[in-house]
Structures are given as C-alpha cells and as structure tokens.
Ligand binder design. Structure first.
Ligand SMILES: Nc1ncnc2c1ncn2[C@@H]1O[C@H](COP(=O)(O)OP(=O)(O)OP(=O)(O)O)[C@@H](O)[C@H]1O
Ligand SMILES: [Mg+2]
Length: 305
C-alpha cells in the first residue's frame, strides 16, 4: 500500500509537485497522466525515496519514506525514466546481481519468471551494451519486479517498445495489479484507459482530475451530445422552453441528421423523444456521443491554465 500526503516539491522558483495526496491499495493500478513537465517523474522520485519532498509524507506499507527510507525502499520495485544498466554485464548476470542485492531467495524461480514475463529469452546471454533500446527497457522492467516487491512504480513503462511488447507489457501490468500496488506514468491516454483502475490527471504539479477512466468521462463532461437521425427537418421551436441546442442539422438522402446538446445535470432524452414523436417526426436513430479520455484530458488541462 502506498500513501502520499500533501506532497510538495520545489526546485527554486519552480513548484514541480504542488500538494498531491493519494493512496494505492495492494490490488490496484494507479496511473499518472499528464503532459511533459507535469510532475509525474518528480512525484515518483519522492515515492521511491530518490527525492526528499519539500513538504508532505510518503508511506509505503505504513512505513515513512522520509523517516525510515531503508526499510520503506525494501518494498519497492522502480522502473525509472532512464534506467541505469551496466553495459559490460550480460542480461542474466545483471538481473542475478540485482536480485542478490535484494536478497532474493528462490533465485532460479525469479530469474525464470522475469525472463518469461519480460520476454528476455532472445537476449538473455547478451551483453547489455549490445542490446536494443526496447530490450533495455524490458531489462529495466525485469529489474523492477525481480524481487517480487509489493509496490511497483513504473515511469513510462511502455516507452520505446514495439507494438507487440506494448500489449504484453500492459497485460503484465494488469496481472501485477491483482496482487501489488502499481503506479505508472504515461502520456498515452489509451494506455491509462486500458491498464489503470484509477487515473490522476496532473498538470503543472497539480491534480486536475481523478477517477476511473469511465467515471472521468461521465462526471467531468458538462454537456451531453446526442446524435439523431430523423425523418424530416426539425424546427428550433420544437425545443422551446428546454435548454436544448441544435448544434448541427444536415440532410442525408431521405432523412436528416441532427446533433443536439444539453447540460448534463438533467436527463432530457425522454423529453426529446416525446417532443419529436408528438410532432409526427419519425425517429430512426439516437446515439450519445461520449467524449474520449483524450478530449476530457485536453479540456481539464485547458481549464487548469
Ligand atoms: N532536478 C531538477 N531540478 C530542477 N527542476 C527540475 C528537476 N527535476 C524536474 N524539474 C522540473 O520539475 C517539473 C516537473 O518535471 P517532471 O520531470 O516531474 O515532469 P514529468 O511529468 O515527468 O514530464 P515528462 O512527461 O516530460 O517526463 C519540470 O518543470 C522540470 O523542469
Ligand atoms: Mg517524466
């Protein structure tokens, strides 16, 4: 379990992380989503004890990272933004070395496990200096999980991977999230959508939105957009007295496509249908256009500015 309380990090004039609080349970994947410079890496560095917070607290399984860093760090596996690997070591040798540092007991079992789940077989005996960037990223991931830590912190885990590996890594993260606390950062909205139970949208060090990917798209939209296909043209007066706006009306072959919007507080759909049918207009299709996480993200970031 990870708990962050009012985390702040300042670098001179720059407030990189501005009062972030959150909690991640042991069967949960939390995603930090935000543009470049949002403060994702800085937050992760405070969680892992690499940076001391300017103020605020970090607890890993109840142990304070500020007061007992050695003890707290034992529970953590960390894939940093730029993993440092020893170029003169072979992949297996290096992971064995990392595992030894962590005091891993069932060495063979753990090495077999990371070789398998991080798809490292093709480079297992190769020198790190001679493997490609994507494989280095996979070695970094293996390094983060080889000691089976209860808290796994991954800074942009899929960056530099090929499409097949991206899918495998996302699946691995989901599996890890069943029994560990996982925190990952990404700029890729679809990635957050696919792998995270909960997302925190961060901009300029501040929290600008939080929730499950679905809840974010439901709660944070202020307007609902409905698209309809009807039999004849609809006059504006049909919606008089209710806050419905006609955004667009276009003629299809023998029908009309209508785009309507109304404030999200009140569900006006039944009233819309009633007015349309009572006017003798045939209703062929009705569909809600839900904003994508991408659209919500952009509108939240814009609002925060
Ligand atoms: N060691 C440092 N010294 C001074 N400023 C720093 C330092 N590390 C980060 N910053 C500043 O803190 C802010 C947040 O940076 P951070 O690296 O945490 O962002 P990020 O969300 O990880 O961005 P990216 O998506 O580009 O990785 C930026 O303005 C950055 O310039
Ligand atoms: Mg970063």
């Amino acid at each position: 379990m990870v708990e962050a309380v009012s985390l702040v990090k300042r670098f001179g004039e720059v407030t990189a992380v501005d009062n972030l609080s959150f909690r991640v349970e042991k069967n949960e994947v939390l995603g930090f989503l935000g543009p470049n410079g949002a403060g994702k890496t800085t937050t992760m560095r405070m969680l892992t004890g690499y940076f001391t917070p300017t103020s605020g607290e970090v607890y890993i399984n109840g142990i304070s990272m500020v007061e007992n860093p050695r003890e707290a760090k034992r529970f953590i596996g960390y894939l940093p933004e730029h993993p440092t690997l020893y170029p003169d070591m072979r992949v297996e040798e290096y992971l064995r070395f990392v595992a030894e540092l962590h005091g891993v007991k069932r060495m063979k079992e753990r090495l077999d496990y990371v070789r398998e789940v991080c798809s490292l077989s093709p480079v297992w005996s190769r020198l790190i200096s001679q493997i490609s960037k994507g494989f280095c990223q996979r070695v970094g991931l293996a390094m983060a999980i080889v000691h089976n830590p209860s808290v796994i912190i991954l800074d942009e885990p899929t960056i530099g991977l090929d499409p097949e590996q991206i899918i495998e890594t996302r699946n691995l993260i989901k599996t890890l999230g069943k029994e560990h606390s996982v925190i990952l950062s990404t700029h890729i909205l679809s990635e957050a959508n696919m792998t995270c139970d909960r997302v925190m949208i961060i901009n300029k060090g501040r929290l600008v939105g939080e929730g499950t990917p679905e809840r974010l798209s439901e709660n944070l939209r202020k307007k609902r957009n409905i698209s309809l296909v009807v039999g004849s043209e609809v006059a504006k007066t049909l919606f008089s007295g209710i806050p419905v706006e006609i955004q667009k009306q276009e003629k299809l072959d023998d029908k009309f496509r209508l785009e309507l919007s109304f404030p999200a507080e009140e569900d006006l759909c039944p009233e819309l249908v009633r007015r349309i049918t009572e006017a003798g207009i045939s209703l062929y299709q009705m569909q809600e256009k839900k904003p994508t996480l991408e659209e919500i993200f952009l509108s939240l970031v814009k609002e925060a500015l």
